[in-house]
Ligand binder design. Structure first.
Ligand code: NAD
Length: 257
């Protein structure tokens, strides 16, 4: 079955993993809706570029994933949502006793609450179509913890729980809901951290990547945005029709340790 003619809404998709997912779905013929909270000319240009390169329809819709009403408006404005990818996410690192409450609230809202709102808005559309795919971008931190990441770990574990619940509520209706749990992915944000880490640890690029950044990733290789996008495309294929309510780790062995 071709995915041509289907529409995907990907939250937080003007950079990094979200953009990689949009690229891979567009490559498979899917019309894509890009989103972030910025609404810059370059956000719209990104959508135009994807449409031109892959011969699909693509547009950008501004919506702030920390606001429930904006999340629901994104789905309504998209007009169609066969594939929903909840990808928007932020991070903050601090010991719990110093963790700013406003950061806790923002991380829970963007990394978890937004998925509740977008799924609630999109499921009726998927039920009417008799087909749908929800893919939540969780993390290895949806399955394991690290110190100083209380809000992120709590939100990502919550997202895995939400994934299972939605899968059960939609079971037998042609709709699946799964979570992808990436380890460290080489995004522009991660790439930008490498020079600072090299300086802080007095190590060369290869050593700081292997010993510091990928300390918990046994493959000692970053996952790529193309690999995460390819995993989403697989979950949208007929081969994945009976995969629902579960997690797929793309983490170089992190959670096998
Ligand atoms: P990124 O910072 O490159 O991209 C995040 C995207 O979310 C951007 O497009 C940003 O504009 C958007 N965003 C942030 N706040 C928003 C808001 N309030 N409303 C709408 N959009 C908002 O990050 P990334 O590394 O590509 O991460 C994407 C997802 O993958 C996140 O959920 C993250 O937790 C998860 N993840 C990343 C890694 C990694 O190593 N990079 C590993 C595991 C999981």
């Amino acid at each position: 079955m071709s995915l041509r003619g289907k529409t995907a809404v990907i939250t937080g998709s003007t950079s990094g993993i979200g953009l990689g997912i949009a690229e891979e779905l567009a490559r498979a013929g899917v019309d894509v809706v890009l989103n972030s909270f910025t609404d810059r000319p370059e956000d719209h240009a990104l959508a135009e570029e994807i449409a031109r390169r892959h011969g699909v329809r693509a547009r950008y819709i501004r919506a702030d994933m920390s606001q429930g009403e904006d999340c629901r408006r994104l789905i309504a404005e998209a007009g169609a949502c066969d594939i929903l990818v909840n990808n928007a996410g932020i991070q903050h690192v601090a010991p719990i006793e110093d963790f700013p409450p406003e950061k806790w609230d923002a991380i829970l809202a963007i990394n978890l609450g937004s998925a509740f709102h977008t799924i609630a808005a999109a499921l009726p559309m998927m039920r009417r179509a008799g087909w749908g795919r929800v893919v939540n971008i969780a993390s290895a931190h949806g399955l394991t913890a690290s110190p100083y990441k209380s809000a992120y770990v709590a939100a990502k574990h919550g997202l895995v729980g939400l994934t299972k619940t939605v899968a059960l509520e939609a079971a037998g209706q042609g709709i699946t809901c799964n979570a992808i749990c990436p380890g460290y992915v080489l995004t522009p944000l991660v790439e930008a951290q490498i020079p600072d880490q090299m300086k802080a640890h007095g190590m060369d690029r290869e050593t700081v990547i292997r010993e510091v950044m990928l300390a918990r990733q046994p493959s000692k290789q970053f996952a790529t945005t193309e690999q995460i996008g390819g995993t989403v495309a697989f979950l949208c294929s007929p081969a994945a029709d009976q995969i629902t309510g579960t997690t797929i780790s793309v983490d170089g062995g992190w959670t096998a340790l």
